[in-house]
Design a binder for this molecule. Structure first.
Ligand code: FAD
Ligand code: NAG
Ligand code: NAG
Ligand code: NAG
Length: 502
């Protein structure tokens, strides 16, 4: 094994020549997909003095695959979004892991009233069409996703069901569900934050490929060459330092070597030639002003302010007995009367201006290879509060919703264990995935994302602090494939720099 490993390193060295001399010191901040992509690419090309600093006690960042029940469930990234021009798909396509997902298109009403399946599906398809009318949104720059979806959903429903008052009424009352679903796609707290017209691009092919119980973490193992087997794994484990939060980044544009000094929460300092910075836009919003010395440019601060970032919450639920037969999941919508009645039923529970937290639960899904586990989704402005609820309150509230919506059809039992995400509360994330607001620069050319990606350079115009991470991708922002591409992008800048100068 040893010889195989050193042989591959040697080959990597020969192919890039420079590894023998002038090996620069490179610090990657963050061990999420962007950081792991950057570090693995550098190691593959023979760079040796690479260190990855990670604030959490684990690698993966917003990929968080947790062993729960019989398989891994993802409390962060869950699906590989697409097959064409998708680096995640390309990296794993030979391993036969990814599977098509079947998501439920079945609606349930808070009154317990059964909703016709064909009708449910029609509404679902209208929602998808309205929301993904994306590319051809000939809309003004100031229009938000909320404005756009509300208007078009309303119009489409009137056209389709205008002749049938009852159907129309029922269809229109799914607006609130639609909003929660859109918030799930956008990762925002309000659907009046994201811009209707944006630069995001869908990859071709299936947009919801799942990891068949192995978890999205598998992509990190593939990058590190630990999957499918460890024979050729990269020497990365010893280069990753966990539980060490970066506090300050001091950079000096006049230095040609050792231009950056990074200080950490445990008191250590690293003085290096290059830094690749990958923490989320949420971290930057909170800390950019105090973290960088000298301060970032005004234009960078401006885009950090303008790029949107909110949160969603997932709760994995384990049940003593599977009660949902072969259903794929459930989608809930509430009548206004039932929304009020929750306040009576759960008087102790937190509410937002008369809306109980439990009404923020809008969908529940099954998860692969995990017969006794469901995943509950919460979106909206109340997520920061819901993240803080105790397990007991969460379990009781979710059980209440299940009974309210489904007890006529199913014999529901109470979850005996849960595990939930806390993306907003966690200072190393402060949210889920970025989106373009109406304040962002968009379109071809210089966008908010490309401004964020611009490196801090020295007097010779060589990069000393580079920026990677999902929010620095011009059109695949908010995704793992986007994050990985940015990690490769910044590693390739250094590879280019040092092969020229070798
Ligand atoms: C709930 C949820 C669902 C999602 N679903 C999908 C999906 O289905 N498909 C998809 O493609 N994408 C999905 N995403 C988005 C995807 O997870 C992210 O786009 C991607 O993980 C971003 O990677 P990154 O490397 O840019 O950032 P991160 O994954 O956030 O990695 C950055 C790392 O930096 C660390 N860090 C932060 N501050 C510091 C500091 N001061 N010092 C040291 N380290 C620090 C963090 O701990 C983290 O590990 C989802 C995300 C969430 C949260
Ligand atoms: C890596 O670079 C740092 C900073 O230049 C230096 O102090 C250290 O000795 C280098 N490590 C190795 C193994 O070369
Ligand atoms: C949730 O999962 C994480 C990661 O595996 C684990 O550390 C934590 O203990 C789990 N929490 C609960 C309540 O099971
Ligand atoms: C919904 O659309 C109908 C028909 O186009 C229109 O009359 C009505 O005013 C719209 N309602 C809202 C709230 O926009």
């Amino acid at each position: 094994m040893k010889t195989i490993f050193s042989l591959s390193t040697l080959l990597a060295c020969i192919s890039t020549v420079f590894c023998l001399r002038n090996d620069p010191s490179i610090l990657v901040i963050g061990a999420g997909p962007a950081g792991i992509a950057a570090a693995t690419r550098l190691l593959e090309r023979g760079f040796k003095n690479v260190t990855v600093l990670e604030a959490e006690s684990r690698i993966g960042g917003r990929i968080l695959s947790v062993k729960f029940g019989d398989a891994f469930v993802d409390l962060g990234a869950q699906w590989c979004h697409g097959e064409e021009d998708n680096v995640v798909y390309d990296l794993v396509k030979d391993f036969n892991i990814l599977r098509h997902s079947t998501l439920s298109k079945k609606f349930y009403h808070s009154s317990g009233k059964v909703i016709d399946e064909g009708f449910s599906e029609e509404i679902f398809n209208i929602m998808d069409e309205v929301y993904t009318a994306d590319g051809n949104r000939h809309v003004p720059d100031y229009l938000t996703v909320g404005d756009y979806c509300k208007q078009n959903f309303n119009e489409t429903l009137h056209q389709k069901y205008g002749h049938d008052r009852e159907k129309l009424g029922l269809a229109l009352s799914t607006m609130d569900y639609f909003q929660h679903k859109v918030l799930g796609f956008e990762g925002s707290f309000s659907w009046y934050e994201p811009a209707a017209k944006n630069d995001y691009r869908d990859c071709g092919g299936d947009l919801q490929l799942n990891w068949n119980g192995l978890g999205y973490k598998t992509i990190l193992e593939v990058l590190m060459r630990k999957y499918p087997n460890k024979i050729r794994q990269l020497p990365i484990d010893t280069k990753i330092i966990l539980n060490n939060e970066v506090r300050k980044i001091r950079w000096n544009e006049n230095l040609l070597k050792n231009a950056v000094t990074v200080s950490c929460s445990d008191g250590t300092e690293y003085t290096v030639d290059h830094v690749i910075f990958t923490p989320s836009i949420g971290v930057l919003k909170e800390r950019a002003y105090t973290m960088f010395e000298p301060r970032l440019s005004d234009i960078k601060h401006q885009v950090i302010g303008n790029i949107g970032f909110g949160s969603v919450m997932k709760v994995a639920l384990h049940f003593p007995k599977r009660w949902w037969g072969d259903e794929n999941g459930f989608n809930f919508f509430w009548s206004s009367e039932d929304k009020w009645s929750v306040l009576r039923d759960l008087p102790e529970d937190p509410n937002w201006i008369g809306t109980s937290w439990v009404t923020y639960l809008y969908a529940i899904e099954t998860t692969e290879k995990n017969p006794k586990v469901l995943i509950a989704w919460f979106t909206g402005n109340f997520v920061p509060v819901i993240e803080q609820l105790s397990d007991r309150v969460l379990i009781n509230g979710i059980y209440y919703v299940l009974k309210k919506f489904l007890s006529q059809e199913y014999e529901i039992n109470k979850p005996d264990r849960i595990n939930r995400s806390q993306w907003y509360s966690n200072p190393h994330f402060r949210g889920v995935y970025s989106f373009q607001t109406v304040k962002c620069k968009r379109g071809n050319g210089v966008t908010s994302e490309t401004i964020l990606a611009t490196p801090l350079t020295n007097v010779e115009n060589r990069p000393i602090v580079q920026f990677a991470g999902e929010a620095t991708h011009p059109y695949y922002f908010s995704t793992v494939h986007g994050a990985i591409e940015t990690g490769f992008r910044e590693a390739d800048v250094l590879i280019g720099l040092y092969s020229k100068n070798a």
